[in-house]
Design a protein. Sequence first.
Length: 290
Amino acid sequence: MKVLVTGASGNGGQAVCRELMNAGYTVRMADVVPTHSDDLQSLEFVRCDTRTPSDVRRAVAGVDAVIHLAAWHCAHNPPVSDETIFSVNVDGTFHVLEACRQEGIKSIVYASSMAYGWWSVYGVSKVIGEDLCKAYHEMTGASIVMLRYHEFIPRPYLEFGARLLRNGVDRRDVAAATLASVKAVLGRNVGLFRTIVHTDHGMPQDVVENFRNLGIGWCEEKLPGARRLIEKYEISLPEKVEQHDLEEAEHVLGWKPTVGFLDFLCDLKARDEKGLDVTNLWVPSELPLI
Ligand SMILES: NC(=O)c1ccc[n+]([C@@H]2O[C@H](COP(=O)([O-])OP(=O)(O)OC[C@H]3O[C@@H](n4cnc5c(N)ncnc54)[C@H](O)[C@@H]3O)[C@@H](O)[C@H]2O)c1
């Protein structure tokens, strides 16, 4: 099976391409720039600006499924203008879906976002993106999964750990959810399906609701030494943990997240025991140690 990934050279795109490659898919990468990662050099690369219909048509020709990740978001430095965000995220998505219709491709995964909503141009670009997916599902019968990823922007290691308790998700879970989705659309197991892609720490509800008071005790019980690590590295803890019900995703896609706060603490413990300096580490490039 051949899968096209748009935005393939980006942070999520590279992880998704690796996951597909390891699962035995033939991968075509499409982006405005090629990747510099050595392990992805053997994959086919198509230069494609999703704002240009002929580029997109060329990119999708002959594939069985499309994973559409190409987009700009608000966290780029230097920032991308709202005009560019709108045209890449909205026009680009329209061109990808339209090219799929023209080429008869009926298996599509769309990268939506937890930022879906009406309070920013980026957020509304994902509202329109999901609406376009719905329209193309109605018009063509395509099987489409829309994934509202939580945040996986590269950031310092300790910040990443603290963020897992809030809106953060590990990029490995993003890639695994995307692989599960492409399998579902290729198997025509879904019509139009949407899910959040977030973390699950396996915490009881009372700990989720009252993490400030109960969280350290729970972590210590699961991982002796957790309290010392949280205090030593001054990891900021939320009042309550952001936790969504991901049961439907498990049921429909067979996917559930695997990297939670305890996994981060295990990794931190291993680094701490080795006397490694974690203050200058970045995620995802330097994960996992263990
Ligand atoms: N990173 C996050 O925290 C996050 C959270 C929610 C949703 N998302 C969504 O996930 C997807 C991937 O995000 P990411 O963090 O990997 O982004 P990224 O910025 O790392 O990568 C985006 C890629 O898209 C490419 N691109 C930009 N304009 C293009 C165009 N016109 N044509 C073709 N390619 C183009 C870029 O060159 C880049 O390689 C996006 O749709 C994003 O909105 C990301």
